[in-house]
Design a protein around this ligand. Structure first.
Ligand SMILES: [Fe+2]
Length: 233
């Protein structure tokens, strides 16, 4: 692996993608484990009313906070973490491991930055790992605006509207996407139940609540208090 090239690509584009990074057996195992947590059996059938009745678009789960862990095959993977070393050269910490479940028919995610870009040196690094294929049938494509990690704040506008220059990706099982938290991104509407996983990291010295305030095109939102802290227009 050419870590210098990976570093340069990431810092030029705001993201870097590796296909077939993790093998199918590990991904199938983790996908089943995540489905079981959400009360869905491995054939993707709901066995728990919670999911079917939930009005929430994306349901997060933090397995390491529960003390359950169980995803060390990704979290402690040597190459995965060596790439992280190459991207965050002055050191980094795990922020958290977050699983996300989106129901069929949910809206996906509007354009956002994971944290305000006021200070270019304060950011999070998304390390997205896909445990199943994203296809035309599943929906939930990830859309990235290349180089936007250097573009300042996400422009005001319609939350889900296309932006000139955006790139649309359908990651397959085992794909890893390293994505800068200031780089504009969104998730297309979800047609079939969808899982994605994020092994979030931060440069050393980054506050733990770095991702508490998220920037959308129409507002800034604070998760810890569930409130809109700024309308944008
Ligand atoms: Fe995000």
């Amino acid at each position: 692996m050419n870590f210098k090239k990976i570093h340069n690509t990431f810092w030029e584009q705001g993201y870097v993608i590796f296909e077939k990074f993790f093998d199918d057996a590990l991904m199938d195992n983790y996908n089943d484990k995540i489905l079981q947590h959400y009360g869905v059996n491995p054939d993707w059938e709901h066995t728990d009313e919670f999911i079917s009745k939930s009005a929430v678009e994306v349901i997060p789960w933090f397995p390491y906070r529960d003390g359950q862990g169980g995803f060390d095959g990704i979290d402690k993977d040597k190459i995965f973490n060596r790439i992280t070393d190459a991207l965050l050269k002055d050191g980094w910490n795990n922020l958290y491991c977050m699983m996300m479940f989106s129901k069929a028919g949910s809206k996906g995610q509007a354009w956002h930055q994971d944290c305000p870009p006021d200070n270019p040196l304060k950011y999070n690094l998304n390390r997205l790992v896909y445990t199943h294929d994203i296809t035309d049938e599943t929906g939930g494509d990830i859309v990235i605006m290349p180089k936007a990690h250097k573009a300042g704040i996400l422009p005001v506008g319609k939350p889900h509207e296309d932006i000139d220059g955006q790139l649309v990706f359908q990651p397959k099982k085992g794909t890893v996407v390293f994505l800068h938290g200031h780089c504009f991104h969104r998730v297309m509407p979800v047609k079939k139940d969808r899982i994605s996983t994020n092994f979030r990291a931060v440069p050393l010295g980054t506050p733990e609540d770095i991702t508490d305030v998220c920037v959308y095109r129409n507002m800034k939102y604070r998760f810890s208090t569930s409130e809109v802290i700024e309308e944008r227009s």
